[in-house]
Design a protein. Structure first.
Length: 387
């Protein structure tokens, strides 16, 4: 909360001095179901998430600047609290050297269900810069960022630099500062970088995700932990606009991870690598993906849990469509087998129903001065007020 309150005060400074041109109220509600019960506990906690993520803001616009003030809330149904560790899965922390099985980590903390949303955005000719709160809908490949985090962390706090004005190019760099260093907790922040190029029906993306825990002001034992994931998703595709299939592509995603568990010896790094090869079939609103993974010692802390296995095979179906101008529907089913002999299985289901609405509260009137000729041919100025 301290981080969000500091951002709130800083964000008010440009608002006080700005000539506000418009103000609008924006609401976005995301109803979701995420079923993760189809796998064993050692790989992923078998749980079901069911609820809403509600975002409400008032947006103040002034030239290229926009200030958003509001709040975002996670509203789980029939579940009074959410604990991070319930959805992380695995035994990584309990098995780390120097840690007892009863020692708490940041994954034992509850998910913050209500938090302020304070965002200051500058829109340049080529880049956008966001300071404060920003949405967590980064275009990560799932090997780096598992989709369950969009329900537990719908907004982040820090800063974000975007290059998104060109249809083929996309660049994003951000830092999300989740926890500050306190006497009873380590600092916790993420740094993400995504660069993408989409020429026609193909695409290539370079993605790096870095997670840090530590802190020098209040050092704790174990001292620090780090996790780095790097992926290079490459798709070679062909558009088929006049056939039943609108696009066919093959995708290869090499993944490399560096992991330093909670230990005093900072020289202890675990290196992992793997590759996921997939076939993609698209038909307007429908997408089918199927593929095969091989990996060794991979630990992408917030990535797909099954990448920790030496092998997994999967098939995935997704429906994504609009239900009118303001409502979107996404339905996804995925499943497969994992393990050295592919003897274990997993099944996922996800549904998202998202609605957006906005209402203009205030818009400054501007004046345009023109000229007209009177009957004697002399020019006469007059002013037309405009919205």
């Amino acid at each position: 909360m301290r981080i969000q309150f500091t951002v709130f005060l800083l964000a008010l400074l440009p608002l006080a001095a700005a000539d506000v041109q418009s103000a609008s109220m924006n609401v976005q509600n995301t109803g979701y179901v995420k079923n993760m019960e189809g796998s064993d506990f050692s790989t992923r906690t078998p749980r079901t998430l069911f609820g809403n993520v509600l975002l409400g803001t008032i947006d103040f616009a002034q030239q290229q600047n926009t200030l958003q003030l509001g709040a975002i809330g996670i509203i789980p149904f029939d579940e009074p609290y959410l604990i991070w560790g319930d959805y992380h899965g695995g035994r990584r922390f309990d098995e780390s050297a120097g840690r007892s099985t009863t020692e708490k980590t940041e994954y034992d903390r509850p998910v913050q269900l209500i938090q302020p949303f304070v965002s200051y955005r500058f829109e340049g000719k080529h880049n956008d810069f966001v300071f404060g709160s920003f949405r967590s809908e980064h275009p990560w490949h799932e090997l780096i960022k598992y989709d369950v985090y969009e329900f537990l962390r719908p907004a982040e706090t820090g800063f974000q630099l975007l290059y998104n004005k060109h249809p083929e190019w996309y660049q994003e760099l951000y830092i999300n500062w989740e926890l500050t260093n306190q006497p009873d907790q380590k600092e916790n922040f993420h740094v993400g970088s995504i660069s993408s190029w989409k020429p026609g029906a193909a695409s290539v993306s370079a993605q790096i995700f870095y997670l840090h825990r530590g802190g020098g002001e209040y050092p704790q034992k174990p001292m620090v932990s780090e996790n780095i994931s790097a992926a290079l998703p490459v798709q070679l595709g062909m558009a088929l606009p006049f056939s039943f299939l609108t696009r066919v592509a093959v995708e290869s995603v090499p993944l490399y991870t560096l992991d330093e568990p909670d230990r005093e010896d900072k020289s202890t790094w675990n290196n992992g690598k793997g590759v996921l090869n997939s076939l993609i079939l698209e038909n307007r609103h429908h997408t089918i993906k199927t593929g095969y993974w091989t990996g060794e010692k991979v630990y992408a802390e917030e990535g797909l849990p099954f990448s920790k296995a030496a092998r997994f095979a999967y098939i995935d179906y997704e429906l994504k469509t609009k239900l009118g101008q303001t409502t979107e529907l996404l339905i996804r089913f995925s499943g497969g087998a994992f393990g050295d002999s592919l003897s274990k299985s997993f099944i996922d289901q996800k549904m998202i129903l998202r609605w957006r609405g906005n209402l203009t509260l205030f818009q400054q009137k501007t004046a345009v001065t023109t000229q007209k000729l009177d009957s004697s041919g002399q020019a006469e100025n007059y002013t037309i007020p405009q919205e």
